[in-house]
Ligand binder design. Structure first.
Ligand code: HH2
Length: 286
């Protein structure tokens, strides 16, 4: 099945989606992210890391300063700004690549957009901060609408969903309607089923296997399977040793219609994507 083609607009940038799989590269400036926390805490190191990811083939850099894993330390707005803004400034000086900011707080998004970010990656799909939709609309930013069951504090205590796919689809449609009412154009939206966010391992597998059923929402799909615990659950491997599992999950995402993957291992998953894209196109150059 051919992937639908889209143009994503984000501020004054345009990204062609659907021909080849795009990679959103994770730049975590947190002390406690589940897989790379603490590694790139100084702005200089985070900028260097971001530039290496660009060289490795990233299409978007996603800067995040607050871990959402269970038990993560909550971060004040001031702290989040102090972590994100110098990295964003540094990257903006060095590269024109689209930059997204992984935050659900309107103030952080606003300051980052002012400094030249292009996309807001909101893991709450506009639910946690009433001002987020207006801020994104005002700056004509791209917006990732990611489905999460509950909140980061509650999501690991939820009872299983009766029908995870219908729940994700319904919540994403609600988010799209909210974004539309706030004046965000459809060609600025990306949808994400939120792998690991309030879903148990089996639910994550259902979402990945039945990803094509989100295509009916008629918007591009981003998926973030990278190094996540459902892979650890299958393979019994720690977070540093989940590259092959991530590769397998990434290949399935692409086969099932994902336009973008949010990944830590850009070079390696880029190779997976190129091979899967070539097979789907039945030609070497896609
Ligand atoms: N996953 C994480 C964070 N942000 N954003 C989107 N759109 N989709 C995802 O699947 C997603 C996300 C969690 O991964 P990571 O950033 O590596 O960990 P942490 O939350 O511990 O910083």
């Amino acid at each position: 099945m051919a992937r639908a083609r889209y143009l994503l607009r984000a501020r004054d940038k345009t990204l062609e989606l659907g021909l080849r799989t795009r990679l959103m590269a994770v730049v975590n400036v947190t002390p406690d992210s589940f897989s790379d926390g603490g590694r790139f805490l100084s702005p200089e190191r985070a900028v260097e890391h971001g530039l290496r990811l660009v060289e490795a083939g990233a299409d978007i850099l996603d800067i995040g300063a607050e871990s959402t894993r269970p038990g993560a330390i909550p971060v004040s707005e001031e702290e989040e700004l102090e972590r994100i803004l110098p990295v964003l400034e540094g990257l903006r000086r060095e590269t024109a690549i689209p930059v997204s900011v992984d935050t659900y707080k309107a103030r952080i998004a606003e300051e980052a957009l002012r400094l030249g970010a292009d996309i807001v990656n909101d893991i709450s799909a506009l639910r946690f901060d009433a001002r987020m939709a207006t801020v994104a609309a005002e700056f004509r930013a791209g917006v990732v609408l990611m489905q999460m069951r509950g909140t980061p504090a509650s999501m690991h205590r939820l009872s299983p969903s009766r029908d995870i796919l219908s729940e994700v689809r319904r919540d994403l449609q609600v988010a799209v309607d909210k974004a539309t009412s706030a004046g965000i154009a459809r060609d600025r939206m990306l949808l994400d089923p939120g792998i690991g966010f309030g879903k148990n391992a089996a639910e994550n597998l259902v979402l990945l296997n039945r990803l094509t059923e989100l295509a009916g929402l008629n918007l591009p799909i981003l998926v973030g399977p990278s190094r996540k615990s459902f892979i650890g659950g299958i393979l019994g491997r720690p977070v540093q040793d989940r590259l092959l599992g991530t590769a397998a999950a990434s290949a399935v995402c692409i086969l099932r219609g994902s336009h973008l993957l949010r990944v830590h291992d850009v070079g390696e998953i880029g190779q997976v994507a190129r091979v899967v894209d070539a097979i789907l196109a039945e030609q070497i150059e896609t």
